[in-house]
Write a protein that binds this ligand. Structure first.
Ligand code: ATP
Ligand code: MG
Length: 345
């Protein structure tokens, strides 16, 4: 790999190219990438490379194109405009059926005259943002749903390394449900150089909540317990924040009052990148990053296990804490943490 101002060049053999393309298509912190041909810095070589590129895109079904030339090496004998005209003519003459459309082309053949000459088409847009690893580490609360993988992805795009924590209630929830979450961590992990997934069995804690708290409060109690466990795991894994897929008023546990209850016992900041997103835009993102199809597989999450038909909608923080203390969950949470399964994806 070589680096010059604004560009990385990666040399890959034809057989390794798909692997490199797969990595690049998941990489945060780049504005775009393209598979390029390198050629000599002569008019003939550049134009001939453009003709080959024209044949390639025509074979892919492209009917209209334009040439876009950039010349950082001003000693090249043609101006960018002249190069565009000559290469455009050469391509249309060589590939009948492929026509120039300046304003709305299906593809653009790009020429860059730098320390070498580069010719490419089909440039891909990157995710932008910042490279993963530049913004610390966060602990993502990863359920099997649609929202939390998207939340993790959005923080990865801001440069964060991700650990994830998942709570299940086996044998009340299935092993398939756990596999589904591992799969979601794998897909999301492709955007953040892998994820360390902490898997905790929360059955004992959930049973305690069911026994000791008023039924309408059980979801809030469970969320408070998850936050408490996630904070301890985060501190032990050098994470500087928690991340959730919560979105304001999406469900009863996500009213502003209940969000206040949920986070009231912990000190780490809770990042909620989806807080103002509609469900439609979350689904659009989930589809784009490839998690949606896995998220909608119908396995039960531990949250839905004992969920009350009439949950508290506007919980009072003081009341929530008084109820929570009666649960005496510390030992059970520590036990779940000690017995956690750690999966590196
Ligand atoms: P999602 O699609 O992320 O599951 P949701 O709309 O189903 O979101 P909730 O079930 O209320 O919302 O969960 C809110 C957030 O709490 C999730 O986005 C996730 O960050 C966290 N969470 C919920 N269940 C779990 C779980 N079993 N393990 C870890 N985190 C969870
Ligand atoms: Mg959920």
């Amino acid at each position: 790999m070589k680096f010059t101002a604004g560009r990385y060049y990666i040399h890959a053999s034809e057989e390794k190219a798909p692997l490199v393309e797969n990595v690049l298509s998941h990489l945060t912190g780049i504005s775009g990438w393209a598979k390029t041909v390198t050629c000599e810095k002569t008019k003939e070589a550049v134009i001939s490379a453009c003709v080959e590129e024209g044949k390639k895109i025509y074979a892919q079904g492209i009917k209209t194109f334009k040439i876009d030339a950039r010349r950082t090496d001003k000693s090249f004998p043609l101006s960018s405009y002249e190069l565009c005209c000559m290469a455009g003519d050469a391509v249309t003459n060589a590939v009948s059926g492929l026509e120039v459309n300046i304003h709305n082309p299906q593809d653009v053949i790009k020429i860059e005259i730098r320390e070498k000459a580069f010719v490419y088409s089909g440039g891909k847009k990157g995710f932008g943002g910042l490279p993963v690893g530049t913004a610390g580490r966060g602990m993502l609360l990863l359920s099997g749903g649609i929202d939390s993988p998207v939340a993790g992805f959005l923080m990865a795009v801001r440069g964060m390394n991700i650990d994830a924590i998942h709570f299940h209630a086996y044998p009340y929830t299935s092993l398939e449900a756990k596999q589904k979450v591992i799969r979601l961590a794998e897909i999301t992990g492709a955007y953040c150089m892998g994820i360390r997934l902490h898997i905790l069995n929360f059955t004992q804690a959930q049973m305690r909540i069911k026994e000791r708290s008023p039924f309408p409060w059980t979801t809030i109690m469970l969320r408070m317990a998850m936050m408490e466990a996630a904070e301890i795991a985060a501190q032990r894994s050098k994470c500087k924040c928690l991340i959730t897929g919560e979105s304001l008023s999406q469900v009863a546990s996500q009213t502003i009052e209940n969000l206040n209850c949920t986070q009231s016992r912990i000190k780490l900041p809770v990042l909620r990148p989806l807080i103002g997103f509609s469900k439609e835009s979350i689904i659009r993102e989930a589809t784009r990053i490839g998690t949606f199809e896995t998220s909608i597989q119908p396995y039960q999450d531990c949250c839905t296990l004992f969920s009350p038909p009439h949950p508290v909608l506007y919980g009072d923080v003081k009341e929530a804490n008084a109820l929570y203390e009666k649960l005496e969950l510390k030992v059970l949470i520590e036990q779940a943490l000690q017995e956690q399964e750690l999966v590196k994806v």
